[in-house]
Write a protein that binds this ligand. Sequence first.
Ligand code: ZN
Length: 336
Amino acid sequence: MKVWRSRVGGSDTATAPRPGSHFIGVDVGGTKILGIATDGVTATIEYRELAATPKDPAKFADGILAVVGGLLDTVPDVAGVGVGVPGLVDHAGVLHYGPNVQGVLGLDIAGELMRRFPVPAVAENDGYLTALTEHRLGAARGHDHAIVITQGTGIGGGLIVGGQVLRGANGFAGEPGHMLINRFGHLCACGRTGCWEAVASGAGLANLARDVIAEGKGEAILAAAGGDPGLIRGEHVSAAYSDDDPDAVEVLERFSWWIAQGIGSLIALLDPSIVVLGGGLSAIAEGFIDGVSRQITETVVGGDHRPVVPIVAADFGPEAGAVGAALRARDFVING
Ligand SMILES: [Zn+2]
């Protein structure tokens, strides 16, 4: 009997994929599902499929299966499928919980795929897969110790330690967004107060904008959001920033300060040689990345007495997770 899912000691079916094989990589976000196919080695995308993430948690798995099924209908010689999901995914590919996919609990994604399709499948945390892509093909290449942070609506990430993307005891390592950094802070998507994500993601940028508005400032930002503070999103801040609005500049200064607090703690903990920032917010990184770099020396212990850790933009954009899922699918077929 074939056992595809064992990760301990490698798969009992370890085989080298045939030349010309394709690997499907799927990145499941809070709002959309991106499926691609590559050779599992490079980032060259040959096929692509996009769908909305089902709002009903009971239909979550069906949404993923539909994207994979659509690709399997068109992509020749598929040797494996990898899926990245935003949440706590264990070593067996079971999604236990995800703050941005509320209501999806204990879902055996890899198992569902293999029950439906005759192809080996593996599921991972999306941040893990993004870090895999940046480490193997992107900005963290050649770094045995690196931190990859993706800033979108929330914060994802992966920690490269000793040349490997860290998994942790359960597979749940690499959730820097939910480090608690301010007991009196903003409400996080996970339901707790004071997570780093609540001040350092797209949602965090909106929270900081609302703070400025509550202080009687930020008219341009509020206008960009149609006058309703509850509707403010990160892009409203970036739009005002592009127009040289001084209040938007202040919001981004606060934003860079909070980002620096979190990165300083991560550097103290892991001693990386590089920090890579990716995700949707990289589009406005010029508004905060220099500020973050300047403040790291103050936020990390012994900042004046240790090498400067470069903070750089990710090489891969929104497709990093899906590319990593295809890389992981190939690894899984070969090594388990
Ligand atoms: Zn949280």
